[in-house]
Design a protein around this ligand. Structure first.
Ligand SMILES: C[S@@+](CC[C@H](N)C(=O)[O-])C[C@H]1O[C@@H](n2cnc3c(N)ncnc32)[C@H](O)[C@@H]1O
Length: 190
């Protein structure tokens, strides 16, 4: 992330927006279940709120410094922060009841890595588990905001095919002014 993103994701404003606007929209109509995987937690704008909503939260973050700082804040509660890569998840199959990625997908450096992260998320979800995401669309403003950072936007129109290929069912995408949300299920076994 560049300095602007690092600053913004750590602000009280973004934490407030995450708690009051982003999470309520992304979670609407879904059950997190007892163990949530948070992908790309960053400074942890969503972490404590998720910890209020589920019995356990595991927050995965690629950046060592963010992971260590978040761990110092939440480890010992019902949340745990660990360093790791969303494209090669360090968890056993079927570990989580849900997974959530807020503003993380466009930080994966290629479409191939994004597809690997989708497949890995499917693998670590239990049958019946739900994957939820919120991300931003391509546009000049976001490109400028990501100078000296990674910005590989996920096109909403391609989400259904990509997540279905990764194994998910009932994939939906909803777009609103600030971004789009994804909901996808790992089907229960027949
Ligand atoms: C824009 S930040 C969003 C952070 C947080 N979800 C929030 O909403 O404030 C994206 C985060 O994804 C993390 N990230 C990037 N690539 C990742 C990967 N391969 N695995 C896990 N996290 C990753 C970045 O280090 C960064 O902290």
């Amino acid at each position: 992330m560049n300095r602007y993103e690092t600053w913004f994701c750590g602000t009280r404003l973004w934490r407030w927006m995450t708690r009051r606007q982003v999470l309520p929209w992304v979670l609407k109509g879904s059950e997190l279940g007892e163990h949530v995987l948070e992908l790309g937690a960053g400074p942890g704008a969503a972490t404590e709120e998720l910890a209020h909503l589920a019995a356990r939260v595991t927050s995965l973050e690629y950046d060592h410094a963010f992971a260590a700082k978040l761990g110092a804040r939440v480890n010992g509660s019902n949340a745990t922060a660990i360093q790791g890569d969303a494209a090669t998840l360090p968890f056993a199959d079927g570990t989580f009841s849900s997974a959530i990625a807020i503003l993380m997908l466009h930080h994966l450096r290629s479409h191939e890595l994004q597809d690997r992260a989708f497949a890995e998320t499917w693998r670590v979800l239990r049958p019946g588990g739900v994957f939820l995401a919120f991300d931003i669309r391509d546009g000049w403003l976001h490109r400028v905001g990501h100078i000296r950072s990674t910005f590989v936007p996920v096109a909403p129109a391609g989400v259904f095919a990509r997540l279905t290929n990764a194994g998910f069912s009932k994939v939906t995408v909803d777009i609103q002014r600030g971004g789009f949300r994804i909901r996808a299920l790992r089907a229960r076994e027949a």
